[in-house]
Design a protein around this ligand. Structure first.
Ligand SMILES: [Zn+2]
Length: 164
C-alpha cells in the first residue's frame, strides 16, 4: 500500500530517511508510513496421503492451486484465521494440531506476507468449494492437480507433506 497524502491530516507525504530506511512521512503532523507485512494463515489437512487444496477463483494466481489460506483479520489469532478460511473455502471444520512453518514472502508486488502454516485435522463439515475457491478437494501428494500458486505454499508442500 502506497499513500500519496497523509491519512491523518491530508498533507502531501515526503520521502525521508528515518529509522534506517527511506519512508514516506508527513512534515505537518509527524505521521510515518511504516510498511509492514500482512499476517496470513494456511493449513495442511491430510486424508489418506492426500492433501486438501483449493483452486483459486480470483487474482492473484486465479486458476492455480493453494492450501486453504487467507489473511488474519483484526481481533483474530492466526489459528482462528486458519480454521475460518478452511471452513469458508472448503466447507470443512478443522482443529489445529501443530505449527508447521512460518514463511516470509514478498512475491506479491503490492505487499509482503508472513504466512503461518498449521497442520490441522478435519473434525466435521462437508467438502464443498466456497468463498474465493473455485474447487476444493484432496489430492495425492505425488500427483497434485496443477500449478501451486505461491512459493510459500510450494515450499510447505515440498518440505512437509511427505512426513504427514
Ligand atoms: Zn499528517
Amino acid at each position: 500500500m502506497h499513500y500519496k497524502y497523509c491519512p491523518h491530516c491530508g498533507q502531501l507525504l515526503i520521502k525521508k530517511f528515518q529509522d534506517g530506511r527511506n519512508r514516506m512521512v508527513c512534515d505537518q503532523c509527524g505521521y510515518v508510513h511504516y510498511q509492514n507485512p500482512l499476517p496470513a494463515a494456511a493449513v495442511v489437512v491430510m486424508r489418506d496421503q492426500q492433501v486438501l487444496l483449493v483452486k483459486r477463483k480470483f487474482a492473484p494466481h486465479a486458476g492455480e492451486w493453494s492450501l486453504p489460506a487467507g489473511f488474519v483479520e483484526h481481533n483474530e489469532t492466526p489459528e482462528e484465521a486458519a480454521v475460518r478460511e478452511t471452513a469458508e473455502e472448503t466447507g470443512l471444520t478443522v482443529r489445529i494440531k501443530q505449527l508447521l512453518d512460518v514463511a516470509g514472502t514478498c512475491e506479491d508486488h503490492k505487499s509482503n506476507i508472513v504466512l503461518v502454516v498449521y497442520k490441522a485435522e478435519q473434525t466435521g463439515g462437508t467438502l464443498q468449494a466456497g468463498d474465493d475457491a473455485e474447487e476444493a478437494g484432496f489430492f495425492p501428494v505425488d500427483d497434485l492437480p496443477g500449478k501451486i500458486a505461491f512459493t510459500s505454499h510450494k515450499r510447505v508442500l515440498e518440505k512437509y507433506i511427505n512426513r504427514y
